[in-house]
Design a protein around this ligand. Sequence first.
Ligand SMILES: [Zn+2]
Length: 136
Amino acid sequence: MTTPTYQRTLPLLDDSNRFFWTSGAEGELRLMRCQECGHWLHPPGPLCPVCRSERLAAEAVSGLGSIETYTLNMRSWGPGLEVPYVVAIVHLDEQPGLRLTTNIVGIPASDVRIGMRVRVTFERDEDVWLPLFTPA
Ligand SMILES: [Zn+2]
């Protein structure tokens, strides 16, 4: 008998989100950025909320940030899902208000703290590279 591995519900890839979910293949985290004013958008949208430009393109961020807030999930939602795990909002260094909802991995859940410096890491699941964060 083998231990069941938790099967995530993966995002459906399309032309509007593929850059985000596959950039981990090159070890980079890419977000949409306005090519006129430099504003980063996450989640992506059809135009820049600052200057209204439609000239947007995916660019790599540093992958560095800090934990703005987090919660410990204590419930196993399916076979193989180990608890507790950390769901966090990570504030990226690039811009005030640029946040990602993600998991913190690589340390015991009880060691996670608000303000902790983190860097992106990727977990591949089929065609998707999930951007997760680990202590920097
Ligand atoms: Zn703009």
